[in-house]
Design a binder for this molecule. Structure first.
Ligand code: PEP
Ligand code: MG
Length: 864
């Protein structure tokens, strides 16, 4: 095997001299190369050298050297050039500390000039040599001399005339001849790369990927291998896995450069592995192919990562130019990490640490295929991940009709309300013009696992029932086919190619390792039997929040609910609620059955009652008919219930105080269902949660009433059962008063949606309209409805938790707002000593993984 490094290093004393030069370090096995000084690429190349792989001779320039180049202080070019054979062509590549931070593009064929072109003409053939030179001049002109690439667009000639034209443009635009000296060319390239790294756009781009402000750039200068010879010559990249699925399969690309092959008009792009569809490298150069796959496997094992190998084949011999972490989709990332651990290359804990929790969403839902064409109609807030294609419907009725015809549809609304729940259920995805991360559509969408985009504020509704116009003037009517990509927030025209959900063996294995490492519980917010089943499938450790109001929007119940709202006296109300009791008992019995004894936290009724009343004239007419009342009575009643600020009005515990019959019915249903669960052999102690509390006396009053109902049920049934009472802490005052509230309850669950809304004085339903603007301006680092505001809302949480714990040391603490499923927020909850987080069922695996990563980080002492 031809090995460039070994051949060129042997007996070479220049190497030793270079190792004493602080600016230039020849990459050898023992050279003082570090990722923090020379960048990840230089360090990786050294590892390849240490593995004795055939890596061409390479020199590394440190961050400090490149910094000095930026200020005009160039290293000695002669010292760099003397590391390479005199007639070498060189390439320069960036080497940032973390390869993900990027860097300027590589510049190849440095050293190309008139003389070299003539020489290469003899081995490569004049055409290939001229083409190489012309390409280099053009690349140099654009990257180094910063000429406009358009200047070369009109050059259609090939061969010598094309080269002459390219050189002419260069000379006319720069007023200088094209530099012939390799040293001058190299200096120009180094300067241009240092300059590119310092540009504002490059800085912003890498900072967005997590690079620190002062991140440095290293450069590697590598000898290029002339692809000359009768045997196989070519260049390509290879990895041992399919980058989309992560399955074992040799993938990549290879371009054969053999003059003979090209001259015969044969295809120059070959498959790597033997393939029925056409010629492959494995056919034309089996030995090179075998060597290459062996190198790739060695790199995987020793670098402890699935690598993409950049290689050339020179007259049948393989040279490894570079190795980078193989690109991968989210599902491939899971399979790759799991297989590395199963092969004993990394530990299961390392595998857990290698999967980004945010990316797990892509496995839980269908996605737009990575390579699919995206015709973007509008972009909004990515409120619930996954992608789905369907025909546009503008009303819930149309969604239900579409579902009945088994035609997938996307519900498009200005915003959704409880009346739309059935329509949402009948749709494959939801799009709203208004709203933010915790608006109705977003919360329900996540609960249902429906891809959902909210706050697509550039959409214009011509009427509330469509059609809609996009910012670029396209009109979308009912029946038009669109795709909602709830992972990116993009609404796409038509039906792009999709990739199915992947809850496969690799995912299951990873999650077993996750649960072994985790030290905080994860429960699910689940309101329906389907939610509860999803929660169980995703191994939630119970239900942390069951929002009971959704249960009253179901068919057959809404009218009874409205009748209850219209009741004039407590006795009348209690009589109507009697009819709701068996339905509600059945709801809880089903949830308890599915959860099989796992904890279930039922939140008592929360929203303002008028949300259940029809706002339209038609709706009010229908209700009047159903209740046998004059329409004017119904309209008047709806009007009297009007509130200027319903989210701060008669809702939550205030309803429990003012209209106590509703909570009486609900707790009776919970207790009777508890007895049914005991009968069924899956006993549980239900958690009963009171929402929107702001004062301890509210809890004292409601708690006394709940106790009375429990006593009544015990007496009537002659049976015993237990329950735990808790408060949802979602007003700032409840946080401040947690010490006073705690003695009445067994648990405090922080509702960070309302808490964020009230802490900021920012409507969770309207903030989406200007949130991106606020984030872009840097006023908020993130949407606080999405990522917990640790500084403000977090302080309220800590304060509430501390005061609650001080008053009642055994109290259970949890968080059940949307933040419960957000990886960054889970870190906060874990550090604050919360017992569990509760989130939408589809976010449970994400929360489990994030919690495991924080626990592992804590264990190995990586905590911030
Ligand atoms: C909350 O306010 O955080 C919460 C979980 O309740 P909801 O979203 O139903 O208001
Ligand atoms: Mg709330």
């Amino acid at each position: 095997m031809h090995c460039c490094v070994r051949v060129l290093c042997c007996g070479n004393t220049k190497g030793a001299a270079v190792q004493n030069n602080p600016d230039i370090t020849l990459i050898t096995a023992g050279a003082p190369i570090t990722a923090s000084k020379h960048g990840g690429r230089a360090k990786c190349l050294q590892r390849l050298v240490r593995l004795d792989l055939p890596v061409p001779r390479t020199v590394a320039l440190s961050f400090g050297t490149v910094n000095r180049i930026t200020s005009g202080d160039l290293p000695d070019m002669a010292k760099i050039l003397e590391q390479f054979a005199p007639d070498s062509l060189l390439c320069v590549r960036p080497s940032s500390e973390d390869p993900d931070w990027g860097g300027p593009g590589a510049v190849l064929n440095i050293g190309m000039n008139e003389a070299r072109c003539a020489e290469l003409g003899e081995t490569l053939g004049p055409e290939a040599a001229v083409q190489l030179y012309q390409r280099f001049v053009q690349a140099y002109a654009v990257h180094v001399a910063e000429l406009d690439p358009d200047l070369f667009d009109d050059i259609t000639d090939t061969g010598q005339p094309g080269l002459a034209a390219t050189l002419r443009v260069y000379e006319e635009e720069t007023d200088e001849p094209f530099p012939q000296e390799p040293g001058a060319q190299l200096a120009g390239v180094l300067r241009s790369m240092a300059r590119a790294w310092g540009s504002t756009s490059a800085r912003l781009l890498r900072q967005a990927k997590g690079a620190p402000v002062e991140a440095g750039l290293g450069l590697v200068v590598q000898q290029m291998i002339p692809l000359v010879g009768q045997a196989e010559c070519g260049a390509g990249v290879m990895q041992l896995v399919d980058v989309v699925t992560g399955q074992l399969q040799i993938t990549g690309r290879y371009r054969s450069r053999n003059r003979e092959r090209a001259a015969l008009g044969a295809t120059t792009t070959l498959y790597l592995q033997r393939d029925k569809r056409g010629p492959a490298l494995e056919d034309v150069a089996p030995e090179a192919f075998a060597a290459l796959t062996a190198y790739a496997a060695l790199m995987r094992e020793k670098l402890r990562e699935e690598m993409q190998v950049e290689f050339v084949i020179e007259n049948g011999a393989v040279h490894i130019l570079d190795g980078v972490r193989a690109p991968r989709s989210s599902r491939a990332a899971v399979r790759i990490a799991v297989r590395l651990a199963q092969d004993g290359i990394i530990t299961p804990q390392e595998a857990v640490m290698r999967v980004d929790p945010h990316s797990l969403n892509a496995l839980l839902h269908p996605q737009v295929a990575p390579g699919a064409k995206r015709d973007i109609l509008v972009t909004g807030i990515a409120a619930s991940p996954g992608a789905a294609t369907g025909r546009i419907v503008f009303t819930s009725a149309a969604a239900q009709a579409s579902a009945a015809r088994r035609e997938p549809c996307v519900l498009v609304r200005r915003e959704t309300s409880p009346e739309d729940i059935r329509g949402m259920h009948a749709s494959v995805a939801v799009l709203t013009e208004r709203g933010g991360m915790s608006s109705h559509a977003a919360v329900i969408g996540r609960g249902f696992g429906l891809p959902c985009i909210v706050g697509a504020s550039s959409l214009r509704f011509q009427t509330s029932k469509g059609p809609i116009t996009t910012a670029d003037g396209r009109v979308l009517k009912a029946g038009d086919m669109i795709t909602i990509d709830g992972t990116t927030g993009q609404v796409l025209a038509g039906e792009p190619e999709m990739l199915g959900a992947a809850l496969d063996d690799a995912f299951q294995t990873l999650m077993q390792w996750v649960d072994a490492a985790r030290d905080i519980e994860v429960r699910a917010n689940a309101d329906t039997p389907e939610d509860a089943q999803t929660a169980r499938n995703f191994k939630a450790q119970g239900i942390g929040l069951c929002r009971t109001e959704h249960m009253f929007s179901q068919p057959g119940r809404l009218t009874v609910m409205r009748e209850m709202i219209f009741a004039d006296t407590g006795a009348e109300r209690a009589a109507v609620l009697e009819r709701l009791l068996p339905m509600q008992r059945d709801d809880f019995a089903q949830l308890f059955r599915i959860m099989q004894g796992l904890p279930v936290c039922v939140r008592l009724f929360d929203p303002p009652l008028h949300e259940f009343l029809p706002t339209s004239r038609t709706g009010q007419r229908e209700l009047a008919k159903a209740l046998g009342l004059p329409v004017s009575d119904v309209s008047r009643r709806v009007e009297t219930m009007f509130e200027y600020n319903p989210m701060l009005g008669l809702r939550g515990v205030r309803l429990g105080v003012i209209l106590p019959e509703i909570y009486d019915m609900q707790v009776r249903a919970i207790f009777e269902a508890t007895l049914l669960a005991i009968d069924a052999g899956a006993p549980l102690v239900p958690d009963v949660m009171i929402p929107l509390v702001s004062a301890a006396p509210e809890v004292e009053l409601v708690s006394a009433r709940i106790k009375a109902v429990a006593a009544a049920v015990r007496a009537e049934k002659g049976r015993d059962f237990n329950y735990r009472l808790g408060v949802m802490v979602e007003t700032p005052r409840a946080c401040l008063q947690a010490g006073e509230i705690a003695p009445y309850v067994e648990f405090l669950s922080f509702g960070t949606n309302d808490l964020t809304q009230m802490a900021y004085g920012l409507s969770r339903d309207d903030a989406g309209r200007f949130m991106s603007n606020y984030v872009q301006k840097g006023i908020y680092p993130e949407d606080p409805f999405h990522v917990l505001d640790v500084d403000g809302v977090g302080e309220l949480l800590s304060l509430g938790a501390d005061r609650g714990r001080a008053a009642s040391p055994e109290i259970t603490l949890s968080i059940c707002g949307e933040h419960g499923g957000n990886p960054e927020s889970i870190a906060f909850c874990r550090d604050a000593g919360f017992d569990y987080v509760s989130c939408s069922p589809y976010r449970v695996p994400v929360a489990r993984l994030a919690a495991a990563q924080y626990a592992i980080r804590h264990k190995i002492g990586l905590d911030d």
